[in-house]
Every structure is written in C-alpha cells, then in structure tokens.
Write a protein that binds this ligand. Structure first.
Ligand SMILES: NC(=O)c1ccc[n+]([C@@H]2O[C@H](COP(=O)([O-])OP(=O)(O)OC[C@H]3O[C@@H](n4cnc5c(N)ncnc54)[C@H](OP(=O)(O)O)[C@@H]3O)[C@@H](O)[C@H]2O)c1
Length: 344
C-alpha cells in the first residue's frame, strides 16, 4: 500500500480508501445492501492490504452504513482513520438536515454511537448549506474538535470559493482548518480540475475522490450505455431516483472514453476498472473505492499494481480532457513569465 499525507496534519492515509456507501442492513437507497457478514470480509481484506482510510456518512442507508462499518472495524480502531459526514437529510423533521448547530450537534452523537467510537478522525460537511451561516457551522465544528470528538474537519461538494471562505474563517479565528475535500473525480468527470484541485493544492488539502468508477460505469458493464441491466446501482437507484446515470456525464463523450479505457485494458490484460482507478491514483488523490462484493473490491484494489505507460496515460488524458475554461487560459497566459505561479 502507498500512503498520502492527510492535509497538513502529519497523519497519513492509504492512497486507496474504502467507501462504505454500499454498506447497510436495510438497503434503503438500493445502492448496495452489503450486510454485516459481507462487510466484515471486505473490511478485513482492506486491512490486510494496508488500507487505513474508511469513509461513511450519517445518511448512508439511514445510518446503517456507519453501524456496519463500526462493527467491522471494532478490532482495528487505533490503526485506522474513520471519516464520516453530516449535512444530508437525516430524518423527516424540517430541521433534520443542513449544517445548523442544531443538526450537526444531533448528528455527531448519533454517528459516534453507530460507529461505536469516541472520536471521528475526519468529520466532513457533506455539502454546502444555502441557509445556515457558514461561520456558525464552522464554529460548531471547532467545538467538536475542542471536545475531542473530531480530529480533523473536512469538506465535500463545495465550490472552490466556498472552500476558500471556510479556510479564511478558520484562519481568522485561529480554528482547526479543513484538511480534506471530498469531490467527484473520475475519467468521466474531471470538473474538479478547474478550480477545486488548484485550490486544494494551494491550501494543502487532500482530495478524496468519490465515485472513482463513476458508480460502476467505468467498469464497462453498461455496454453502449443505452440500458443499464437489473441488479446494478444504475438500474435500481440512479435511473428511478435521479432520472438517469448518476453521477451524470456526457453520454457521447463517455462512449469515446470507455472505448479508450477498453483498449488500454486489453493492452494491459487487466480490467477496465483497474485502468480507470490506476489513471486516478496517478492524479495524486486519495481514491475512495466502492464495492458491493468482495470480488468487486479485490478487482478494484488490484489497480495499485498496474503501471500505465506514458502513452496510455496520454491517451486517457486526451480523450477525457475538459479543456481550459476562463479564467485559466488568461491566468496561465499572464503568468507565463512568473516562475512560482501557484496555479497548475
Ligand atoms: N461525498 C459525496 O457526496 C459522495 C458521493 C458518492 C460517494 N461518496 C463516497 O465515495 C465512495 C465510493 O463511491 P462509489 O460507491 O460511487 O464508487 P464507484 O467505484 O464509482 O462505484 C461503485 C459501484 O460500482 C460497481 N462496481 C464497483 N466495482 C466494480 C467492479 N470491479 N466490477 C463491476 N462493478 C463494480 C458496484 O455497483 P453495482 O454492483 O451496483 O453495479 C459498486 O457499488 C462511497 O462509498 C462514499 O464513501 C461520496
């Protein structure tokens, strides 16, 4: 296993983390239904491979994901980093959502109990809240740190300017800063490269890539992308609930990308999942693997063994390229005479 620094904390996380959105006894959202026994096997295998970063959320399978993960990790608590999140709609009450002091304070207690732990290593805002003052959410997070309930704050699904505001508030108040940003990143969606990656680099934050196989599409199992087969997340969850592939992507461009992933996988004699994950690992992010079975997990974990050639990396880069959006092309042009530009 390879390890990457978690922000500027001095703590290291495995470059492959295990995401547990598929875990849970209820399978409420039909995104996996990995029950305790199967989860124990996946987690044990992950530990054996040196994985020490585990990610969940208070809303995955109505909290059951946290419960299953907590039990699976009960013998390993001190050697792992547990990350979870708060923000999503956690109950029917009007206030059981968002980043208010009220909601965060309620949810941390539930998450700690379900995970069977006294502290959370990385506690993440799962997304922006349009209503709550950001300063109140951050103030609440700081109190959790001071109480020893949270080690490191993290952010997910924020615009880069929202991340910057968050870091500035922490700096001005001498609060513990945000060390990670969790964002959708895969060959089918490289939008993070516009602003989120450059800001993370500038701020010394670790990027945690979610849905690295784009929910399974990059395994190639959806063929020409016309009709997802039953028994998959796309058929059982994304199409009925989100109205199409989720995370979304440009289908025509996606087909072209999948063709290249397929040809590289044939050249390497490996799976399309492994090629896609290997490409992402190379982007210096911590990749949150998703799996609904031990077979899928083992397939994906082998991505660490793949060495793509420079030419293969370039083909994958080129076909999935997102171009330069304003102001990047102007910033780059104006800074061509400035050696130490912070923008990449
Ligand atoms: N912050 C956020 O908003 C956010 C959002 C989403 C996810 N996340 C995090 O990111 C983690 C990973 O996301 P993800 O589960 O979407 O990852 P993913 O790797 O993009 O998708 C995983 C799904 O793809 C299919 N799959 C995976 N490996 C496969 C293989 N080798 N062969 C065939 N099918 C395979 C399985 O679904 P089927 O078998 O059903 O097809 C599996 O559940 C989550 O667990 C969570 O921790 C965070």
């Amino acid at each position: 296993m390879k390890y990457v620094p978690i922000g500027r904390t001095g703590v290291y996380g495995s470059v492959l983390g295990l995401g547990t959105m598929t875990f849970g006894e209820k399978n409420l959202q039909k995104r996996g239904g990995v029950r305790q026994e199967a989860a124990d096997v996946i987690v044990k295998k992950a530990i054996d491979l040196g994985i020490n970063f585990f990610d969940s959320s208070d809303i995955y399978d109505g909290g059951s994901s946290e419960e299953v993960l907590g039990k699976a990790l009960r013998d390993y608590r001190d050697q792992v980093l547990i990350a979870t999140k708060v923000r999503g709609k956690s109950g029917v009450g009007v206030n059981e959502t968002g980043l208010s002091r009220l909601h965060i304070s309620q949810q941390i207690k539930k998450s700690l109990k379900r995970l069977g732990t006294k502290w959370i290593d990385v506690y993440q805002f799962h997304g922006w809240d349009n209503v709550t003052q950001l300063s109140e959410s951050i103030d609440t997070m700081q109190r959790l740190v001071e109480q020893g309930l949270v080690n490191y704050p993290g952010i997910s699904n924020f615009y880069a300017w929202q991340m910057a505001m968050s870091q500035t508030i922490c700096e001005e108040r001498n609060y513990t800063r945000f060390e990670t940003v969790q964002a959708n990143y895969s060959l089918l969606n490289r939008d993070v490269e516009h602003e989120i990656l450059p800001f993370s680099k500038h701020s010394g934050m670790t990027v945690l890539a979610w849905s690295p196989l784009h929910g399974g599409v990059l395994t190639g199992k959806y063929g020409d992308l016309t009709d997802p087969q039953p028994g998959t997340r796309m058929r059982d969850f994304a199409f009925p609930v989100r109205g199409g592939y989720f995370p979304p992507f440009d289908i025509e461009k996606g087909r072209r990308i999948l063709e290249v992933v397929k040809s590289v996988s044939e050249e390497q004699g490996v799976t399309m999942a492994q090629v896609s994950l290997s490409w992402l690992i190379d982007k210096r992010v911590l990749v949150l693997l998703g799996a609904r079975s031990i077979e899928q997990f083992e397939d994906n974990a082998r991505s660490l063994e793949i060495i793509l050639t420079q030419e293969q990396k370039e083909r994958l880069d080129n076909i999935s390229d997102i171009g330069k959006r304003y102001p990047k092309w102007m910033v780059d042009r104006q800074n061509s005479d400035r050696k130490f530009s912070i923008l990449v």
